[in-house]
Design a protein around this ligand. Structure first.
Ligand code: AHR
Length: 308
């Protein structure tokens, strides 16, 4: 390879493509599909060679993909960790191989933060708080218990942990807000529907609010609520997170009350960070995505502007 490089004219050398290995979680939600598209498109636009691996929501597949990127000596590794723990060993292997790692979307809970150069993505704790604040405001003129069922994201994932924590932090300031049932729906429509069916069977009359950690689970749950003869958005207030097009459609149909935005469009900032890291430029340790809250009353005006 060295002999070949020596025989190349200088411009060809200068044009050597950056190789990025990216390990994606899977295709569990509308959000994730948009995230994948954003990354693939941005890599193309930036002239970066992308080696993309889909882990099908399994941590072992992510670890295998990262090891294979190390073996292939890519320039940079980026990944969205399916769960927070259990990545330390493979991150140390990347560090030993001197391959910089960028975390996108989800964090890991490893103590040694020298194992990654930057973490870019949403503030999930704040998203949970926004959901809680919206609910407290909506109910500010009512009295009596507000019974909430919660559909959690993937067990052990950063968004499931933080969105639960942030929401609870706000609602616990008023003890009449009670989470009566809480279970994982793994961020998918099918699971969201299945778990909501079980919630409705267990407490058919007692559910005032559904808090879903993402739009896909809320959309699945809406089907379950309708099949149970209830009106989603009216008989049961529904709060979810992401702000995907499917959620806007549900809001415009009056079936979803609010979606807290979580942007999947991380591709361009990821490619910029990759280029900076390769060029030896400093990058901030944490890059937080700026996001809004969309109550159903704003859905029709916002919908045409939505990009995912
Ligand atoms: O990590 C972001 C979350 O993962 C999104 O809220 C969810 O829809 C996705 O699957």
């Amino acid at each position: 390879a060295l002999a070949l490089a020596a025989s190349l004219p200088l411009p060809a050398l200068a044009q050597k493509k950056i190789v990025l290995g990216f390990s994606q979680i899977g295709a569990e939600s509308e959000w994730r599909t948009a995230n994948t598209e954003s990354i693939k498109q941005a890599a193309k636009d930036a002239g970066i060679e992308l080696k993309f691996a889909d882990a099908q929501q399994k941590q072992e597949n992510q670890i295998k993909a990262i090891r294979s990127f190390i073996a292939q000596k890519v320039d940079v590794i980026a990944f969205s960790p399916v769960v927070e723990s259990g990545f330390e060993t493979v991150l140390r292997e990347a560090k030993a191989a001197k391959i910089p790692v960028i975390l996108t979307d989800r964090a890991v809970n490893a103590k040694d933060d020298s194992l990654w150069v930057t973490f870019m993505g949403s503030d999930f704790l704040e998203e949970g708080r926004k959901a809680g604040r919206w609910l407290l405001d909506k109910e500010k003129n009512t009295k009596g218990d507000v019974n909430i069922v919660e559909l959690q994201g993937t067990v052990g994932s950063a968004p499931a942990i933080d969105r639960k924590k942030g929401f609870e932090e706000i609602i616990k300031t008023q003890p009449r807000f009670k989470i009566v049932r809480s279970q994982t729906g793994d961020f998918t429509r099918a699971k969201g529907k299945e778990v909501m069916q079980a919630f409705l069977k267990a407490d058919p009359k007692k559910i005032n609010v559904l808090y879903a950690h993402n739009d896909d689970m809320a959309i699945g749950a809406i089907q379950a609520i309708e099949e149970a003869g209830l009106k989603p958005g009216k008989d049961i207030t529904i709060i979810s997170i992401d702000g995907v097009k499917g959620a806007f459609e549900a809001m415009m149909a009056g079936k979803l009350n609010v979606s807290v935005e979580c942007s999947p469009l991380l591709g361009p900032q990821l490619m910029k960070a990759v280029q900076d890291v390769v060029a030896g430029k400093p990058v901030p340790k944490r890059i937080v995505t700026q996001e809004s809250v969309f109550p159903m009353e704003t859905a029709a005006a916002e919908f045409p502007k939505r990009k995912y």
